[in-house]
Design a protein around this ligand. Structure first.
Ligand code: KG4
Ligand code: ZN
Length: 354
């Protein structure tokens, strides 16, 4: 591996590449966790008319955006490509065609620059977002990822190998936000729109279900909640549909958001109860940009004197800095990959420990 000329590991420079879904992103992070640059090209407008991410459109857009985004990230970091010490890439989980674009680009760069390639799990990288530009954290901690594709809780001794404690058995929480947004006639991605509408609604107007999969289980389920919102929005089959005026829409959004947050809170409390040894909580994923989610997490952490790492909004949603941040850690641990690194649609850790 090319060590930085000073030999100081904090001067190590890693380029992170993210193309797992609908953001093409690149960032340069140094060995001390400082973000030297972070560039994100979103494709939201391309997918908006379809109400969801279209995989083929995403792959094509990544192809168009990848090189300009990388060039900009390198330029904004005030370096040249030859200053880089490694290329990190989110290679799983995600849309396979989209991941192929990022991994192919990363391999080409690593080969041309003769520097290590570091494959990074996208979901694990979300947990590292709260460690960027922050003081060191004491482990073990809990890790919570609430995104469009994942709702997972982890026990984290080391961010490079979090242990999965629980996950959703059906929809991810962000997916539920997006689907409820579609029911309420809001745009895509729906999470921020539901949050906006919920602000003027009554969260107690509807008593939506908070799935409980078993007294000690910390897995999530959001499909029952989604169906309950669907019936409250469109009415039950064979019955006259309710009038969906502004008031009702806002109440539906607020009551849904509140039930979704209660589900996260309950599993979080169970995880804390089952792991009294933890002193911190790492949080990541697009839904952690939601102010009501953040307020709940702050309250729960304060009640237990937990070191809560809530990333700034720009690092909650998909970005390259979290990929580079985890890449820095894998590189420091001597974990690199070779050019047969394969993109994968699913996470290895999506299999629950027995
Ligand atoms: O982490 P992310 O960018 O992509 C995945 O890895 O899935 O998360 C995207 C998800 C979308 O479902 C989006 O609706 C949701 O995060 N989201 C929000 C908010 N901002 C983004 N959900 C609720 N409230 C928000 N403010
Ligand atoms: Zn993500």
């Amino acid at each position: 591996m090319n060590m930085p000329s000073s030999g100081d590991p904090t001067n190590t420079l890693v380029l992170g590449i993210e193309t797992s879904c609908d953001e093409t992103a690149a960032a340069v992070v140094d060995g001390g966790g400082r973000v030297r640059s972070s560039v994100v090209a979103t494709q939201h407008e391309l997918h908006a008319e379809y109400g969801g991410v279209v995989p083929e459109i995403a792959s094509r857009a990544h192809l168009e955006h990848l090189l300009p985004v990388i060039r900009r990230a390198v330029r904004e970091a005030g370096i040249t490509l030859s200053d880089l010490d490694a290329i990190a890439v989110g290679h799983r989980p995600g849309l396979i065609g989209a991941l192929l674009v990022g991994t192919s680009g990363a391999k080409g760069l690593a080969l041309a620059l003769d520097i290590p390639l570091v494959g990074v799990d996208h979901v694990h990288a979300h947990l590292v977002a709260g460690l960027l530009e922050s003081p060191p954290m004491t482990f073990p901690s809990l890790g919570l990822v609430v995104s469009g594709g994942h709702s997972s809780l982890y026990l984290v001794h080391d961010p490079i190998s979090p242990i999965l404690l629980g996950r959703t058995i059906d929809d991810a929480i962000g997916e539920a936000f997006d689907k409820v947004a579609a029911m309420l006639g809001l745009g895509h991605p729906g999470g921020p729109e539901v949050e906006r509408l919920a602000a003027s609604g009554d969260e107690n107007a509807f008593d939506f279900p908070v799935a409980n999969l078993g007294r000690d289980r910390i897995d999530f389920s959001f499909s029952g909640l989604k169906t309950a919102v669907l019936y409250a929005t469109k009415g039950h089959p064979g019955r006259t549909p309710p009038t969906l005026d502004e008031r009702r829409r806002a109440d539906l959004a607020a009551s849904f958001q509140s039930a979704a947050i209660k589900a996260v809170r309950r599993n979080l409390r169970r995880a804390f109860d089952q792991h009294p040894e933890v002193s911190g909580l790492l949080v990541g994923g697009g839904v952690s940009a939601n102010q009501a989610v953040r307020a709940m997490l702050q309250t729960e952490a304060a009640a237990r004197s937990i070191d809560l790492r809530l990333p700034p909004l720009e690092w909650c949603v998909d970005n390259g800095a979290m990929i580079a941040g985890l890449g820095v850690r894998r590189l420091a641990a001597g974990e690199t990959d070779n050019l047969d690194l394969a993109p994968a649609a699913t996470s290895r850790s999506s299999i629950l420990p027995s």
